[in-house]
Design a protein around this ligand. Structure first.
Ligand code: DC
Length: 228
């Protein structure tokens, strides 16, 4: 089996990782691996089962929870214990708890194991906190996206509005700041730019500009071109 190509995109919440990772995976015909969706699925399970504030119970549960990712026409369906939870893992409630759940070492260990396994058999565009440092330290191309806190809050708020979630822009910003803080300061796999990652500030870029810039960087590094 030949070695697969791994493109890893990292950066803080709301930096545009998922949007561009999805588009780029489609353009290149690579699989899109949304690692955050897996942390969200565990968090959703913990909330549903009222164990979200009990670390020991979450540690126990993670050994038994079954997460399957179905990759269908550009959308990653997240299947938790045989139930499709794709539309349930992006609520403000999950957002406000996911950072706490994802600092639990047992949770990370299990999910990182699954992610590495997926990378053994698929060309991937992947995104998430530790994908450039821990999960795929040997990724072929690493991109680190940033954007100002105000711009990131605006983007997240727009997503909430589209889904008719009830939350103010101010609370969205507060929530992001809290997550930045937990994600950057945690002991295991903190949010950090890998030394060999290409940093791109997306504050003033449109999605198209962002995608084109990243594709340019990818072809410079790998000498491949995208098909559409
Ligand atoms: O990218 P996202 O917003 O869907 O990620 C949700 C949370 O999951 C984020 O606050 C931190 C956590 N996460 C993580 O710890 N490691 C990853 N590889 C991806 C996400």
């Amino acid at each position: 089996m030949s070695k697969k190509i791994i493109l890893a995109i990292d950066g803080p919440a709301g930096s545009g990782k998922s949007t561009v990772a999805k588009i780029i995976s489609e353009k290149l015909g690579f699989l899109y691996l949304d690692t955050g969706a897996m942390y969200r699925a565990i968090t959703y399970y913990a909330i549903e089962n009222q164990i979200v504030d009990d670390v020991n119970k979450i540690k126990e549960a993670v050994k038994k929870i079954k997460i399957d990712l179905n990759f269908e026409s550009g959308v990653t369906r997240v299947i938790l214990n045989n139930k499709d939870v794709t539309d349930k893992i992006r609520t403000p409630e999950v957002n406000s708890k996911v950072s706490e759940v994802s600092v639990i070492p047992e949770v990370r260990k299990e999910l990182v194991r699954m992610q590495k396994e997926i990378g053994l058999t698929n060309n991937l565009v992947t995104e998430g906190r530790d994908t450039t440092t821990v999960v795929f330290p040997d990724a072929d191309v690493k991109i680190f996206l940033t954007a100002s806190i105000d711009e990131r809050a605006k983007r997240r708020y727009k997503e909430f509005l589209e889904r008719a979630e009830k939350i103010s822009l101010e609370d969205t910003k507060k929530n992001l700041e809290k997550r930045d803080n937990i994600d950057s300061n945690r002991v295991i796999s903190p949010l950090q730019k890998a030394d060999d990652a290409i940093e791109i500030d997306t504050t003033n870029l449109s999605i198209d500009e962002e995608v084109n810039l990243i594709l340019e960087k990818i072809s410079e590094k790998l000498n491949i071109s995208h098909c559409n």
